[in-house]
Design a protein around this ligand. Structure first.
Ligand SMILES: Nc1ncnc2c1ncn2[C@@H]1O[C@H](COP(=O)(O)OP(=O)(O)O)[C@@H](O)[C@H]1O
Ligand SMILES: [Mg+2]
Length: 265
């Protein structure tokens, strides 16, 4: 597959948990890249039992400026799954939002680097946790290049759903003006509430790619560490989302290829 960017809207939490659940449960090798400009969460959360030196996105961005990203990359990632080394990887995010300024000028090149990981041996999908959508700090070059941009929305109430409206509008506008169109956009709903998913997807005008259950116990482990139960509903739903995501990416790539063929006659 490819680059799957996940973003959330103001007041609608769950993007980090969703991205981590996918990275831990997909069949295909995956790299969870913590690209949230507000900072990474996994080192201080799910992996808080480990003592890990500062590493990850910031160091990779600095290496990218020096032209050494490819050689530096293996030093900046952590194995999320000791039983299958190299298959589920984490690129920890920045530790302090001020570091976002150092990373920002490198997003174009970091994105190209992430895209190249698909061709590795084994090839990795990059699941990028891009945090809450904002105008300035969001890693837009990554969103513009991503094969799939998933808006993660907590379906709990009108309060959590309604901020997704302006977020979807902002994504559509940016991808139309600066990216490759809106065909990469999709919706992930987390939990449920008074509105049916069909209703929400229609209101937001985004295709529904996955639905994840409200699973407090598993989410608490993904947020703060502890032992995961293999049959947890959240992990099962995340695993099931892999196929739909793969299909959406295949459709998107076919659409872009047709577009190219038409342009080049
Ligand atoms: N599917 C879920 N079921 C239950 N709780 C969840 C779920 N997803 C997230 N949470 C909880 O919501 C809170 C915020 O989640 P998080 O993923 O860190 O949000 P964000 O990255 O968008 O700020 C955490 O306490 C997390 O455990
Ligand atoms: Mg987060």
């Amino acid at each position: 597959m490819a680059i799957i960017a996940m973003v959330s809207a103001k007041g609608s939490p769950g993007v980090t948990t969703t991205a981590l659940a996918c990275a831990l449960s997909w069949q295909r090798p995956a790299l969870l890249a913590e690209c949230d400009p507000a900072g990474g969460s996994v080192l201080a959360g799910y992996l808080s039992a480990l003592e890990i030196e500062p590493m990850g996105l910031l160091q990779l961005a600095v290496a990218e400026l020096r032209g050494t990203a490819a050689t530096e990359f293996p030093n900046q990632i952590i194995d999320l799954d000791g039983k299958q080394p190299g298959r589920r990887l984490l690129l920890p995010g920045i530790a302090d939002p001020v570091q976002a300024g150092t990373v920002r000028p490198t997003w174009d090149r970091l994105t190209a680097f992430f895209a190249g990981l698909e061709e590795g041996e084994p090839g990795h999908d990059v699941i990028a946790d891009c945090g809450r959508l904002s105008s300035a700090a969001t890693p837009w070059p990554l969103l513009q290049r991503a094969d799939l941009v998933l808006l993660v929305v907590a379906a709990t109430s009108l309060r959590t759903i309604s901020p997704a409206m302006p977020a979807a509008t902002q994504l559509r506008r940016d991808l139309t003006e600066n990216g490759r169109g809106t065909g990469s956009l999709g919706l992930v709903l987390v939990g449920d509430g008074p509105y049916r998913s069909a209703e929400i997807q229609q209101r937001l005008q985004l295709p529904l790619i996955a639905e994840l259950p409200y699973d407090k116990r598993t989410a608490a482990v993904l947020s703060d560490g502890g032992r995961l139960r293999g049959n947890a509903s959240l992990l099962r739903a995340a695993a099931a989302a892999e196929d739909t995501v793969a299909q959406a990416i295949a459709r998107r790539r076919a659409q872009l290829n047709i577009g190219q063929e038409v342009r080049h006659g």
